[in-house]
Design a binder for this molecule. Sequence first.
Ligand code: UD1
Ligand code: CA
Length: 452
Amino acid sequence: MNLKTIILAAGKGTRMVSEKAKVLHEIAGKSMLQRVVESAKELDSKVLVVYGHDGEQVKQAHSGFNISWVEQTEQLGTGHAVKQALDLIDKNDVVLILYGDVPLIKSTTLEQMVGAVGDRSMSLLTVRLANPDGYGRIVRVNNKVTKIVEQKDASETELLLDEVNTGIMAVKGAKLIEWLGRLNNNNAQGEYYLTDIIEMAVNEGVLIKSIHPDNEFEVQGVNSKIQLNELEREYQQLKALELMGLGVTLADKARIDIRGDIILTGSDIYIDVNNVFEGRVSLGKNVHIGPNCVIQNAVISDGVVIKANSVLENCIVGKNSTIGPFARLRPGAELANDVHIGNFVEIKKTTIGAGSKVNHLSYIGDAEIGKGVNVGAGTITCNYDGVNKHKTEIKDGAFIGSGTQLVAPITVGAEATLGAGTTLSKDAPADTLTVTRAKQITLKSWKKPVKN
Ligand code: UD1
Ligand code: CA
């Protein structure tokens, strides 16, 4: 079977009150359109997107996806929108119609939709709503779907119907081509309604199979920032429930945000309140994450403790290491096991060997630190000369006194000690004490100034 998905995304989205195209607004770190495209691609579908407003913006933001773009220059209705894509539809295709602003549709629901399409049948996703206001109503006779009436065209009795059209449908290409060719705009809104093909199908004896989503949020559309946030919270709640189902303990299921994927590689993980996860983050056994951390694309190994207010990005943390509070691991920070990174410490593009400690107020960038190294408070790698970055190497067992500046490129030998306050500009030999310090003097003749 050749599946093609047409995603309608030509609407303007005025109510978003934004310079940005509606479908570019994000749910959990991905544009709404990307979410819909990904759901369709899970079914191995070809994807066609009908765009109108802000087309260039939308195309550019999704250039990494294999999408065929179709322009609808004037928004004359959903039927007209689908029609614009017909040049790319073959008679033998199964065509699935989705909406760029209905972002949380699940691929499992779409599979059901597609599975129900035949030469004598098509599928329609419908849902019963407590408040059906604004939606097209599903009209049934003898329990069989016979047509869809739009709110603005509905009679008093039709308005009482609570089964509504989600807009999502799947149909054989040949039928779609034929029926769309017969659409007219003789209705209350003067639009070409996609929904009119349902009655045409019924008149030809094609069976309308109604499918229902597992959750209402799957078919909820976004027209405003409020609706965007409602779906964001639905999505986040789902993710939180999923994590707890897999054994993670959350301090508060409403105060965690996952904008990407968390991969669990162990059990008994604890996550305190207000944590944000982005990209791909893997968490090992017994990992403990304190409140208010932001963790992006990171590997957090077994037994790691991340204390409050730490920010980790593109980094690897080895087993039983301790990070924070208030630590920042920047891209390329790679920590071996049992490493301690303390408060107000920034680590960038640096490997740190097992058991080493950088406990207070330091900047370590472009460095290679061996095992069992102790980096004292206030140590700075002077890695940048204003033009180029240079490397600092600190070998196993070295002890860096407090307030030290390491002027890179530079090497501190194994088991070397640097005295506090050293500005190291030449390599420090192994097993020795190196110190650069102005000689201390005390002026006995000195007197405190007195007020005139
Ligand atoms: C449509 C359905 C209605 C259904 C509702 C669900 C029709 C005629 N009505 O109504 O039965 O209950 O969706 O939300 O289909 N679009 C275009 N080009 C256009 C018009 C619309 O791309 O010319 C896109 C919009 O960007 C949007 C989607 O199609 O993503 C739906 O359009 P909208 O105007 O919201 O349709 P409704 O009137 O809400
Ligand atoms: Ca709508």
